[in-house]
Design a protein around this ligand. Structure first.
Ligand code: ARG
Length: 280
């Protein structure tokens, strides 16, 4: 609290200073514009200091390689990040009176972005694991997925034990990477390659540079649908990977976000979005 106050007053002071230096007019500039070149922490502070009626801005970090959770949509002629997570984020923001600014990065950079306050929250189909919980806070789970093996249709690679002596690709920093590292202990000769983007991983399987990939069913389904030479098979396990929203440790937003998630589950909005993005 103490720290925040000082950041706020610092932001306010520098705003005043900027107005003085630049002369008349500057003080009336919209702050969101000014904030765009600033790191998230400062921008948030600037946003909260905003004049009455002005929307506050939250920075959402994501890894937009995860259709249908979040991906780059180019169909309208411009590059837009869309998806299930984006719709949920927008709904929550609207309910709570925030503007959202999305920043796209590699999945492995998301938790560090929260730890250094470069983002106010992360939505990236991210699973709350005990390890991550040491570094960030999570909302309640809003959707679930299971791991699958994605391979070439003719490969006969559908079960973990068939991966002996094979190469597999997983996303860097994901729980699929963890699962692969775990498999390495029991599956002889398994070689794991970690890559930044889901698209690269699928490409590696398609070209045969790796034999298979571990990808969540919710995402594998779409990749396989658009790549007819591929197949995916769910890995038998009692485990499901929930998706939750991640926040910097001690973030004041967790509770409010949870309230809106609950509301969306009760008023049918969540089901509507699940239908929109996952039913094919
Ligand atoms: N649920 C998995 C995890 O938390 C994978 C999420 C990958 N998300 C993404 N946007 N690429 O590790």
């Amino acid at each position: 609290m103490k720290k925040r106050t000082s950041i706020l007053s610092l932001a306010f002071t520098s705003l005043l200073a900027a107005a003085l230096i630049a002369g008349c007019g500057t003080g009336n500039q919209p702050q969101a514009g000014a904030g765009q070149e600033q790191p998230a922490g400062q921008e948030q502070a600037a946003g909260q200091e905003g004049q009455a009626g002005e929307k506050k801005t939250l920075i959402m970090a994501t890894s937009a390689d995860y259709k249908p959770y979040e991906y780059h949509d180019l169909t309208s002629g411009k590059d837009e990040i869309v998806g299930f997570d984006i719709d949920i984020a927008n709904y929550i923001a609207k309910e709570l009176g925030y503007e959202i600014q999305i920043t796209d990065m590699d999945f492995g950079g998301l938790v560090p972005a929260l730890q250094t306050n470069r983002a106010d929250f992360v939505m990236a189909g991210m699973t709350p694991t005990p390890d991550r919980q040491k570094n960030v806070d999570f909302s309640d789970i809003y959707y679930e997925a299971k791991n699958t093996i994605v391979s070439k249709k003719d490969s006969n690679l559908t079960k973990p034990e068939q991966l002996a002596g094979k190469k597999i690709a997983v996303q860097l920093g994901s729980i699929q990477e963890e699962a692969a590292k775990e498999l390495e202990k029991t599956v002889q000769g398994l070689q794991v390659t970690s890559l930044n983007k889901l698209g690269e991983i699928v490409e590696e399987v398609k070209t045969g540079r790796v034999d298979a990939a571990i990808i969540e069913d919710t995402v594998a389904k779409g990749f396989v649908a658009s790549n007819p030479t591929l197949q995916f098979t769910t890995i038998e396990s009692n485990e499901t990977n929930g998706s939750a929203i991640a926040f910097p440790k001690g973030s004041p937003h967790v509770e409010k976000f949870n309230e809106v998630i609950k509301k969306m589950q009760e008023n049918g909005e969540m089901d509507k979005l699940i239908q929109k993005w996952f039913a094919q």
